[in-house]
Design a protein around this ligand. Structure first.
Ligand code: ADQ
Length: 488
């Protein structure tokens, strides 16, 4: 019998493919935190990754096989693509996932479009993922499913008669009962979630919210150990725990010190000589609170005239879901606010807001993390917010200040070193900008040291090990292989 291996299942595979001229396809491996962390668990151990290739027009069979074997060679594990049609992408991805679950899970009910047509496509695509798992994996494999797009996979596996041990990690927040109750499919989503063997959330608050919904709506109570709870359903036991996701801290710190980044930092500092630089980095998304942040920055300039000519906000917005009209509206709102602030305050030689709407290179991103005195991270709600952790890891001079939304998952861990704010409270955010601007070096160092120590201890490898560790502690569950990943 082949040994148990880990299989990761996520909406997207960790590669992007692109069609070049003459029908040639090329592949690029993604390099996000999850891909880095899962590498050692999957590589050379029969591991697999199942997901969508991100394109509607699939390559022909020969090109696809070539692409997949090239990627498998580069990554060290196999990729199994799930085919999703254009209509399914519309309804499962843009529809149910991003017009219903995404805003609802971020407490933004007014952004939800509960279109009943979306639910069927969501079920159908979750079924497709289950079929790909059933076909491409062994009964003894451990299936680790990621995120709100795939909450029904364990249920669909059972329905098609495929027995697997499964874990699910939710990268977004989980909302409180009052909000979750509004979901027309609330029972279905909760009951399906309880078909996984292990459920992981980002923060204690998310776990409590989930358990509260289960208790109230399904009349099921959790019992058990402090950090891992157990719920007994008709189908068996489900374990539930909190596993805050993190980053490859040492890799970020090492790359931030490298020569290319150091050169780029010099250029940024020369271009903004003697200025206190405040950094915002976000995907274009209404959950990130960019307009609120710009208003708070404008308020700070209005209330603290001594900061005029001294501070500059560098706001990087990474294009995302740009074909969706509400995202286009958000972009326009941001650009109008940037224009207003600059129109009002710019003087010869000083521009208060520097705005970039593009995906910057990794070298540039790390250089901005290193070069800016303050990070202004004010999502209205966020599962974790890795930018906050990356900023600290790259702050190798240990003198930066983090202003952080109390509604980012990261606040649970970083509250002792960051300046916590309510992003809706424009005056408080503006005061915190002033506090960061005026903070003595000693205090900045003390705070940043604490932040860096905590992120270094709880890095992405710790996250993988604790999730998979919790799955092994379940009797009969979890992968058999020695999958623990040493933090390099
Ligand atoms: P996101 O909503 O995408 O993730 P976040 O956690 O901040 O939010 O991660 C963004 C990532 O994009 C960071 O790793 C960052 O380095 C990268 N990035 C930012 N700007 C970039 C740029 N200009 N070019 C290239 N890359 C850039 C979701 C949830 C979060 C949760 C994560 C992980 O919404 O709450 O923290 O998953 O679970």
């Amino acid at each position: 019998m082949s040994p148990k291996s880990v299989v990761v299942v996520s909406n997207r595979l960790p590669i992007t493919i692109e069609k070049m001229e003459e029908e040639q396809w090329v592949n690029h491996s993604s390099s996000g935190g999850l891909v880095t962390a899962m590498g050692p668990v999957l590589r050379n151990r029969g591991g697999k990754w199942i997901g969508w290739l991100g394109v509607q027009e699939m390559p022909d069979d020969t090109s696809l096989n070539n692409l997949l074997s090239r990627s498998a060679e580069e990554l060290g594990y196999a990729l199994i693509p799930v085919n999703i049609t254009g209509e399914e992408i519309e309804k499962y991805y843009h529809g149910f996932s991003n017009e219903i679950l995404w805003p609802l899970f971020h407490d933004l009910l007014s952004n939800c479009n509960f279109d009943p047509q979306y639910a069927n496509a969501y079920r159908k695509v979750n079924r497709k993922f289950a079929q790909a798992i059933a076909k491409g994996t062994h009964e003894k494999d451990y299936i680790w499913v990621h995120d709100y797009l795939l909450s029904l996979v364990a249920r669909e596996l059972r329905k098609i008669g495929a027995q697997r041990q499964t874990g699910f990690f939710l990268h977004t927040p989980f909302p409180p009962l009052d909000i979750f109750m509004k979901l027309p499919w609330r029972f279905e989503i909760l009951e399906a979630a309880l078909e996984y063997d292990l459920l992981g959330f980002q923060t204690e608050r998310d776990t409590k919210n989930f358990l509260g919904c289960v208790r109230y709506l399904l009349k099921l109570k959790a019992t058990g150990r402090k950090n891992i709870k157990t719920i007994v359903t008709k189908k068996g036991e489900v374990h539930i725990g909190t596993f805050p996701i993190s980053i490859d801290f040492k890799e970020f710190a090492k790359s931030a010190a490298a020569e290319d980044v150091t050169q780029e930092v010099k250029i940024i500092r020369q271009n903004h000589e003697n200025r206190h630089l405040i950094l915002g980095v976000d995907r274009l998304d209404y959950t990130k609170g960019i307009p609120h942040r710009l208003r708070a920055f404008a308020e700070a300039l209005a209330c603290y005239p001594e900061m005029r000519g001294e501070i500059e906000l560098i706001q990087i917005v990474v294009p995302s879901r740009v074909d969706v009209s509400s995202y286009q509206d958000l972009k326009q709102e941001i650009e109008a606010l940037v224009g207003e602030i600059n129109g009002r305050y710019t003087t010869g030689g000083w521009t208060p807001v520097h705005y970039m709407f593009r995906s910057v290179s990794r070298t540039e991103l790390l250089a901005y993390y290193r070069a800016c005195e303050t990070a202004l991270i004010t999502p209205l709600k966020d599962g974790m917010n890795l930018v906050a952790k990356e900023y600290c890891a790259c702050n190798i001079d240990e003198n930066g200040v983090v202003i952080l939304s109390e509604f980012a998952g990261a606040a649970a861990e970083l509250h002792h070193g960051a300046l916590l704010v309510n992003p809706y409270d424009i005056e408080k955010v503006s005061r915190s900008i002033h506090q960061a601007f005026s903070m003595e070096l000693d205090e900045r160092r003390k705070r940043m040291k604490k932040l860096r120590e905590s992120i270094c201890r709880n890095d992405i490898f710790h996250w993988v090990n604790s999730f998979l560790g919790a799955s092994v502690k379940n009797p009969n569950n979890g992968p058999e292989v020695d999958f623990f990943v040493p933090s390099p």
